[in-house]
Design a protein around this ligand. Structure first.
Ligand code: AMP
Ligand code: GLY
Length: 426
């Protein structure tokens, strides 16, 4: 079958790599893709906001499955439009994508379904929000309700910081995303991400991962989309995975189905593993980036039947095999990221890194220049190492990083440090 993949990041290169390895995949198209996805299929230009045009492309090219990578087109209803046009699409409907598009929506669903999460309150005006802060006392977490490119969260250690965040958000600091805010209890624990495929009524556990959001070594500096990740997350033991499925994922799926907006696609749960057990921080309705880059290399089974089963509502019959190996990715970013990444610098040495055993390179923000590959975004490359332990995977990934000749880029040198420390302490 012919498959169309939507997106252009490292996540999409990892997905394209996995999909193109499937014997079920005849032709793979990626819109818009990047130089990495061009090695797995054909990059094409499509106006993703024009759902009719995407549908026309699918009919013309006999597309049997569309896989939507990023959240933007999902929140915009691309899956609804394509499914209505009779085109099988992996990814949730616009209504179900509210699990990511609105934090307040998710918090209400948690309350309704008894899903463990931080205590919360919602506000549409600053005075009421400030009064709540005065009643609750710090620390608190202040969030813009809508999509704010992963930046709409302020961890307020003091009441003054909480009030400043409230004023900033209602003054439009995060644009329309901050028209409503959510104030949450500050949870203490270890963070991990967990992924599950969903077909509307069944959920199938994928795997866990942990990422590093801060730009600098030692988890310092501003937040980013993620400077690296590894899978599995040591804190998600088999028993913990069972709890996450039973206490968080399955109740969410049941709640969404009851509301008449069943969730189909991949559910990405941001979790806090607290002393009382797993609690939901937030949902995303897509694979994580860079988490996807460490999940796909560990997946032993063909991904295409799993994606199809989600669309067809037959996930209950499916089982996936995973490698026991640890995968760890180091993100290489353009200097100046996240505030003002400098694009256009020349990148060399990729083929040397790619030639290493147990090393994979996934492109994110690259562009093919006239003669050389150049940086075209903030996060530019993912160098993935595979090993029996986190330490081994980390060593492999950095061996790959060190073969890349890119003076215009930088990366963290300590991806996986908590897990490495845990291994050393045994
Ligand atoms: P979010 O965009 O909701 O994932 O939040 C971004 C980050 O803020 C999370 O990855 C956590 O590190 C932190 N965070 C969000 N909500 C809470 C909370 N209620 N308690 C503690 N940390 C939180
Ligand atoms: N790495 C976090 C995300 O994809 O949202």
């Amino acid at each position: 079958m012919n498959i169309l993949l939507i997106g252009s990041g490292g996540r999409e290169h990892a997905l394209a790599w996995a999909i193109s390895a499937s014997p079920l995949c005849d032709r793979l198209y990626i819109a818009p893709g990047n130089p990495g996805t061009a090695q797995c299929g054909e990059n094409i230009v499509l106006d993703l906001a024009n759902h009719g045009a995407v549908g026309d492309f699918c009919r013309l090219h006999g597309i049997g499955l569309v896989v939507v990578g990023p959240e933007g087109p999902l929140v915009d209803g691309l899956a609804d439009s394509l499914i209505a046009a009779g085109i099988k699409t992996f990814g949730p409907s616009k209504e179900a994508a509210r699990l990511e598009g609105s934090k307040a929506f998710t918090k209400e669903l948690c309350a309704e379904c008894g899903i463990p999460t931080a205590g919360f309150a919602r506000f549409t005006d600053a005075a009421a929000a400030k009064a709540y802060v005065a009643r609750q006392g710090a620390p608190l977490v202040i969030k813009a309700d809508g999509l704010a490119a992963g930046k709409g969260v302020v961890m307020a250690e003091t009441a003054a910081q909480a009030e400043a965040a409230i004023e900033m958000m209602f003054a439009g600091g995060f644009g329309a995303a901050g028209a409503e805010i959510v104030i949450e209890e500050w949870m203490i624990g270890e963070e991990a991400s967990f992924f599950a495929l969903c077909d509307g009524s069944h959920a199938l556990a994928l795997a866990s991962a942990q990422d590093h959001k801060r730009v600098g070594d030692g988890d310092t500096g501003p937040n980013t989309g993620g400077m690296g990740a590894y899978s599995p997350a040591p804190v998600i033991t088999r028993a913990m995975q069972e709890r996450v499925m039973a206490e968080i994922i399955r109740p969410t799926l049941a709640g969404m189905a009851r509301r008449g907006t069943p969730f189909k696609g991949v559910l990405f749960a941001g979790l806090m593993i607290t002393a009382e057990g797993p609690k939901l921080i937030e949902y995303n309705v897509r694979f994580g980036d860079p988490e996807c880059e460490v999940l796909m290399p560990r997946l032993r089974s063909d991904i295409v039947p799993a994606l199809l089963a989600c669309c067809d509502g037959v996930l209950g019959n499916l089982d996936l095999r995973w490698s026991d190996a640890v995968a760890l990715t180091v993100v290489m970013a353009a200097k100046g990221y996240p505030d003002s990444p400098q694009t256009g610098s020349v990148i060399k040495g990729l083929e040397k890194a790619e030639a290493l055993e147990d090393v994979l390179v996934f492109h994110a923000g690259t562009k093919q220049g006239a003669t050389d590959l150049v940086a075209s975004g903030g996060r530019v490359l993912n160098i993935v190492g595979l090993g029996k332990t986190v330490s081994e995977a980390q060593a492999k990934a950095y061996r790959g990083v060190d073969l890349i000749d890119w003076p215009g880029g930088f990366c963290r040198r300590d991806i996986g440090w908590q897990a490495v420390k845990r291994e050393r302490e045994g």
